[in-house]
Write a protein that binds this ligand. Structure first.
Ligand code: NAG
Ligand code: NAG
Ligand code: NAG
Ligand code: NAG
Ligand code: NAG
Ligand code: NAG
Length: 364
């Protein structure tokens, strides 16, 4: 009898020791591989920002999120490079389902990001792993895409946000890292456009996206330190202009904005190819898609070439998107539409000479 009680007490004490032995990873652990833009808090800005973990002996993962977290923040989670699953998280402890994690596997890669096109602030306090788990270095891919765009790149109106949008899908196909600076309603020209107090010509150089203007806890912007983009982008892809056109900016204003913007980012990306989208236009039920800034995208590319910059290419997306590929209510691509665009851009890149990595740089 006495022995049974003693044993029960022992079991209980072992169990509570186990519960306490969870591994806590602080947000400044150098083995967390951060992508996108995080401020000092640290808090995510710009859709798709997040982090990647390579973990040994992993069976459970909890995120402790701080007070700057959007209520709720949509999170995308992928285990061992599988499809992204989505959940809503809030301030406090959030148990992250690890769908597809093989039991007893020595090491796994977990990717978590904030794919919403608004209300996408994830304030990471710490990460709790199961007892016995530990972080290993995450080796980033040699290919790194930098996308720059508006709602058409941000995955606006999709349940899974940017994780279902063509830029992200393209990066996945090439087994590449990605940073996506895309904001619904934003113009390239630095004007107030559909709720964005600045254009991309200003905001791209900031840590925070234009939503910060409306954020009671963080109503300011800080310059982005581009040396934090590690490794640096290998390819820069730009699809922009819909909202300059929506604001009736003239072709010559748009041309000036575009050439000035490229002059500026050439200093950040001296040798990287610039891939400039000639947009697919606005589809309609009974006519071909309506283009905007006809001829200007070609002139922008020609201007760079006239300076001796041969590392710039026009991606002619004319005809890539039809009315059946968009939501009739807002003319933005559906999930199937984004998959179609990604497929066409992947083919374009392969014809151009880019090959997908054979394996992810951190294999599983
Ligand atoms: C994983 O767990 C096993 C068994 O408990 C242990 O031997 C090994 O050292 C652990 N690996 C790491 C990297 O922590
Ligand atoms: C997250 O919450 C929003 C409402 O804020 C809801 O529309 C959406 O379906 C939720 N997503 C998931 C994956 O639960
Ligand atoms: C510009 O942004 C607004 C707000 O996101 C969007 O409704 C609109 O479709 C976009 N394009 C144009 C041409 O106005
Ligand atoms: C944010 O700050 C700007 C000026 O710095 C002010 O005009 C704006 O009203 C503020 N917005 C909020 C939501 O506090
Ligand atoms: C742009 O011009 C069109 C056609 O003249 C007009 O209907 C629309 O209201 C204008 N948009 C803006 C933002 O001024
Ligand atoms: C873009 O593609 C369309 C459709 O194939 C073609 O008509 C147009 O001439 C092309 N434009 C350029 C600049 O290559």
């Amino acid at each position: 009898m006495m022995l049974t009680i003693l044993l029960a007490a022992l079991v209980a004490s072992v169990a509570s020791t186990c519960a306490l032995a969870q591994v806590t990873i602080p947000n400044d652990d150098p083995l967390i591989y951060y992508n996108g833009r995080w401020d000092e808090t640290p808090e995510t800005w710009w859709t798709g920002s997040g982090f990647k973990l390579h973990a040994a002996n992993l069976s459970s993962l909890t995120l402790n999120l701080g007070p700057y977290t959007s209520d709720p923040v949509l999170l995308g989670v992928s285990v061992d490079y599988g499809d992204f699953a989505f959940l809503n998280a809030t301030q406090g402890a959030n148990v992250i389902p690890l769908a597809g994690l093989e039991e007893g596997k020595a090491a796994a890669v977990v990717r978590i990001n904030s794919p919403g096109w608004e209300e996408n602030n994830m304030n990471l306090d710490s990460i709790e792993l199961n007892e016995g788990a530990s972080l290993l270095p995450y080796e980033p891919s040699k290919l790194v895409f930098q996308f720059i765009g508006d709602s058409l790149s941000a995955g606006q109106f999709l349940d899974g946000g940017v994780d279902q949008a063509w830029p992200f899908l393209t990066a996945e196909y090439f087994k590449a890292e990605h940073n996506i600076m895309a904001q619904p309603g934003i113009a390239l020209t630095d004007i107030d456009s559909y709720g964005n107090v600045h254009g991309m010509d200003y905001q791209f150089f900031m840590t925070e996206d234009t939503q910060s203007y409306y954020d009671a806890l963080h109503n300011y912007t800080t310059p982005w330190d581009f040396s934090r983009d590690q490794p640096p982008a290998t390819h820069v892809v730009i699809l922009i202009g819909a909202n300059d056109s929506g604001n009736n900016l003239t072709a010559s204003t748009f041309y000036d904005s575009y050439t000035t913007f490229l002059d500026k980012i050439r200093l950040i990306y001296p040798t990287q190819p610039f891939l400039i989208f000639l947009p697919w236009g606005w589809p309609s039920a009974d006519a071909p898609p309506a283009p905007y800034y006809v001829g200007i995208y070609q002139e922008v590319v020609q201007y760079r070439k006239s300076l001796g910059d041969e590392n710039i290419y026009l991606v002619n997306a004319t005809g890539w998107v039809e009315y059946t590929d968009v939501f009739p209510s807002n003319l933005h691509p559906t999930v199937a539409g984004h998959e179609k665009i990604a497929g066409l851009f992947e083919s374009w890149l392969e014809d151009w000479g880019l090959r997908p990595e054979g394996e992810w740089a951190t294999p599983v």
